[in-house]
Design a protein around this ligand. Structure first.
Ligand code: DX5
Ligand code: ZN
Length: 218
């Protein structure tokens, strides 16, 4: 819808031209830039770290939404904040002391997010709601772009929406978001949609603009 935030994941961009890709996708209508950080340990893939985030920071003023799929996360929070992250999201499954990690992120001046894998129950966030700015619900098992949306998570979106009540917490969806799946999660209460392959297919500004518009219209 109009006010749904679209956050393209640069995981599906051309890494050889990452700075330009960020500029292009912002011109094409991206609201936030979603940055998938993977360590080859918590998830079976490796992407990039703080130096790359820092290198592309100057290309846009849009929100940098950093999704850390790393374990441990705590030793690197400062580096991701210094690199220019606006939001730092850690995985509940990768963090032993979630309450402490969330406090640390806010102490660094960033918004704090927690991400849940598809199999993780929403109850893990129940006692940290007042430390949270965003809850990221994975609709694929993290590690790769281009995977199929897991529909059972739609019910979890509904439950999280009712759990957060009137708190100003974003509900973000990540994995397999397309014009077909976007309406399911938006209707359930999600207000931020990450999309990688569905945005970057086509490889041109016109294609990105069309792809973003199609998700928004859905
Ligand atoms: C998966 C990442 C996602 C991924 C989404 O581990 O967290 O952000 O890039 O890609 P698509 O939209 O292609 O499923
Ligand atoms: Zn992500």
């Amino acid at each position: 819808s109009e006010k749904t935030i679209i956050a393209p994941s640069v995981l599906s961009a051309d890494f050889a031209r990452l700075g330009e890709e960020v500029e292009t996708v912002c011109r094409a209508g991206a609201d936030w830039i979603h940055l998938d950080v993977m360590d080859g340990h918590f998830v079976p893939n490796i992407t990039f770290g703080p130096p790359v985030v820092k290198a592309i920071r100057s290309r846009t003023d849009k929100v940098f939404d950093c999704h850390l799929m790393i374990a441990p996360a705590d030793p690197f929070l400062g580096a991701f904040a210094d690199a220019g992250s606006d939001i730092i999201t850690v995985h509940a499954e990768a963090t032993t002391h979630l309450d402490r990690s969330l406090q640390a992120i806010r102490d660094l001046g960033c918004k704090a997010g927690v991400s849940l894998n598809p199999s993780t129950p929403e109850s893990v966030v129940e006692y940290v709601l007042d430390r949270l700015d965003l809850i990221l619900l994975m609709t694929v098992n993290p590690g790769f772009g281009g995977q199929a949306f897991i529909p059972s998570v739609v019910e979890k979106v509904r439950r999280v929406k009712s759990m957060i009540g009137s708190r100003p917490i974003h509900i973000e969806i990540d994995g397999g978001v397309t014009p077909e799946t976007a309406p399911l999660v938006a209707a359930a209460g999600a207000d931020v949609l990450v999309a990688g392959s569905a945005v970057f297919k086509g490889g041109s500004e016109e294609a990105y603009a069309r792809n973003i518009a199609a998700i928004r219209a859905a």
